[in-house]
Each structure stands twice: as structure tokens, then as C-alpha cells.
Design a protein around this ligand. Structure first.
Ligand code: 13P
Length: 340
């Protein structure tokens, strides 16, 4: 294993002022997003939409890498160039989602286990040939009455660690994503307790599986109130609780932490990231790996129309720039009103 190459890629993914675009929606998730703008989820429409995001000129100033889906990594842009090549030429690192989704964990009602380990070594080798230099695996932990339990946390952490070990063996940087969902009405204190426990178990498993921490990126949720909580914590409280939890449970050998947005509004996700970076004195880079928070406004502007394509790119670049600023603590809400 060439550790230095893995470390170089991991560092480039979280380079100062940059973060990741998660454009790896599975076919069922992208269909949900397209349903929202009343667009049919055909292969052509998915290709055009991804083309809009992946060819947006200048994105590399704020976007270090893009997480692709299996279909997209094999597709060509509208001008006929394979998408991984489009990205690499722009200086953006292509990545790939490799998990096969969260499925019900038999015997544990309400809990899930992420599948996709069988044949993963061979799939990673193929993705490397297609240009991927990092991968993503998402474990899903829900908070509700009596859950999560210790067994579901441990099982998901083991799967994440086995995935990460296979990635590093295949010269691919693993993004380790244990997502504690913000669905439900739980308090920020409950989210902090669950997130801390999950991270502790995940890093224990990463250690047992001999993961080279310097060659990975963590993709966690922020510590935040449940969406349906009546008394939601302030942005300053979210920033403080998230940094506190990460400091307690994430070794400083990890080069960077790139958050998911998890259903926060675009502006909330940007503000939270900026406030965290303003706290300062952090041992790792803190940046974004947003899906919805980078795409929502772009998706709406596009809405499947030829005329919306250019405006969609503008909206995407605006969010990329603002999140790039947030990754060094320089975002303010006033910047939202400046021209895209
Ligand atoms: P969201 O930012 O929309 O949560 O998506 C990020 C992601 O990759 C979830 O796995």
C-alpha cells in the first residue's frame, strides 16, 4: 500500500477553502429530487442535470472533489467526454459512492445496516480504473424511542471499517460516513450523546481494522436538534456542540472532516460550517461534503429546462463559493444577497 499517495489525495480533498460536492444520489433518491421539480427521472435527464453541475466553469476554486454514482462515472458529458475526465481536467478529484444502501437490520425493528461489502474489492479496482480516487460509504443511524441500540451501531461501524480497509488496499481514500439522522423531534443533547457514541465505536473499529487514519476523510452529521423539535438549538449552539463532540471522539491524525447537510437548509448548512471554523484551534480541516445544501437552488433553477441550465450553474457556483468561504470561517449572511 502506498500510504503517501492516499495521504496526498485525502489532503487535497480537504484543502484550504475547498470542499466536496455529493452528487451521488442513487436512482431512487434522484427520482425523489426530480419528482420535486416535476421532471421524469430518465437516463438523459439525469445526465443533463449532472452535466450542469460537473461542467460548471470555475467550480474547482471551491470544490476539491465530486462524489459520483455508478451510472454517472460511466456516462459522458453532453460534449462527449467521460465525466471523470471532465472533472480531472478541471483539477477536481472524482469519487464514487460504493455502498448499496441501508436495509432493515433483521431482528432490530427501526434500525438499518448498510450493504455492499460482497465483491467490493473487485468493484473498487474497477472504479479506480474509471478514475475514482476516493469512495464513500454511508451508515444510517436513526434516533427514536429506544433506538439506536448498541448492536446496530457496532454492526454499522464494522461494515464501515471493512469498507475503509478495502478502499485503502485498492489505493482509494475512504470517506467514512456515519450519519445520525436529524429526522424526529429529539433535542440537540440527545443528538450529541448519540453522535459521540457512534463516533467512538466507529474509530474503535477503524483502529481494529488497521485503517491508516491519515489517509481517510470523516463525513459526519452536525450535532443539531431534530427537525421536528419544538425548541431548536441556535446556530452558535450547533457549532459549539459539534466541535466539542468531534474533539472528544475524532483523532487528530484524521486530516479532514467534511460534513453532510442532512436536510438543513442551504443557508443553515453554510452558516453552521462558518461558525465552527471561526471557533479556531481545530486539529483537522472542517469543510463540506454537501448534497442538498449545494444542489437545492440549482435544481430548482434548472427545473429540466434548456433555459434553466445556465442559471442552475450560477446557483451551484454561488453555494460552492459561499461554502468555500465558510470552510475558512469567512461567510456572513450578508454575502447571500450579492450577485451570484
Ligand atoms: P446531504 O448533504 O443532502 O445530506 O447529502 C450528503 C450525502 O452524501 C449523504 O450521504
Amino acid at each position: 500500500m502506498n500510504l503517501t499517495d492516499l495521504e496526498k489525495v485525502a489532503h487535497a480533498m480537504v484543502a484550504k477553502g475547498k470542499g466536496l460536492l455529493a452528487a451521488d444520489e442513487s436512482s431512487s433518491t434522484i427520482k425523489k429530487r426530480f419528482d420535486g421539480i416535476k421532471i421524469e427521472s430518465t437516463e438523459d435527464n439525469r445526465r443533463t442535470y449532472r452535466d450542469m453541475l460537473l461542467t460548471a466553469a470555475g467550480a474547482q476554486q471551491w470544490v476539491s472533489g465530486v462524489i459520483l454514482y455508478d451510472e454517472t462515472i460511466r456516462q459522458k458529458s453532453l460534449s462527449g467526454v467521460p465525466f471523470p475526465e471532465v472533472l480531472a481536467k478541471a483539477g477536481i478529484i472524482p469519487g464514487i459512492k460504493v455502498d448499496l444502501g441501508a436495509k432493515p437490520l433483521a431482528g432490530f425493528p427501526g434500525e438499518t445496516i448498510t450493504e455492499g461489502l460482497d465483491g467490493l474489492r473487485e468493484r473498487l479496482a474497477e472504479y479506480y480504473k474509471l478514475g475514482a480516487r476516493f469512495a464513500k460509504w454511508r451508515a444510517v443511524i436513526d434516533i427514536a424511542d429506544g433506538i439506536p441500540g448498541a448492536f446496530a451501531i457496532e454492526s454499522n461501524a464494522q461494515a464501515l471499517a471493512r469498507y475503509a480497509a478495502l478502499c485503502q488496499e485498492q489505493q482509494i481514500v475512504p470517506i467514512v460516513e456515519p450519519e445520525v439522522l436529524m429526522d424526529g423531534g429529539h433535542s440537540i443533547e440527545r443528538c450529541e450523546a448519540v453522535t459521540g457514541e457512534v463516533l467512538q465505536v466507529v474509530f474503535d473499529q477503524l483502529h481494529k481494522h488497521r485503517i491508516h487514519l491519515e489517509g481517510m476523510v470523516l463525513k459526519p452529521n452536525m450535532v443539531i436538534s431534530g427537525k421536528k423539535a419544538t425548541d431548536r438549538a441556535s446556530p452558535e449552539q450547533v457549532a459549539a456542540a459539534t466541535v466539542r463532540t468531534l474533539k472528544r471522539h475524532v483523532p487528530s491524525a484524521v486530516p479532514g472532516i467534511a460534513f453532510l447537510s442532512g436536510g438543513q437548509s442551504s443557508q443553515e448548512a453554510t452558516l453552521h460550517l462558518s461558525l465552527m471554523n471561526r471557533i479556531g484551534g481545530l486539529p483537522w480541516a472542517l469543510t463540506f461534503s454537501y448534497g442538498r445544501a449545494l444542489q437545492d437552488t440549482a435544481l430548482k433553477s434548472w427545473s429540466g429546462s434548456k433555459e434553466g441550465y445556465a442559471q442552475g450553474q450560477k446557483e451551484y457556483l454561488k453555494r460552492a463559493r459561499l461554502n468555500g468561504l465558510a470552510s475558512t470561517g469567512q461567510y456572513t449572511a450578508a454575502l447571500e444577497n450579492q450577485a451570484a
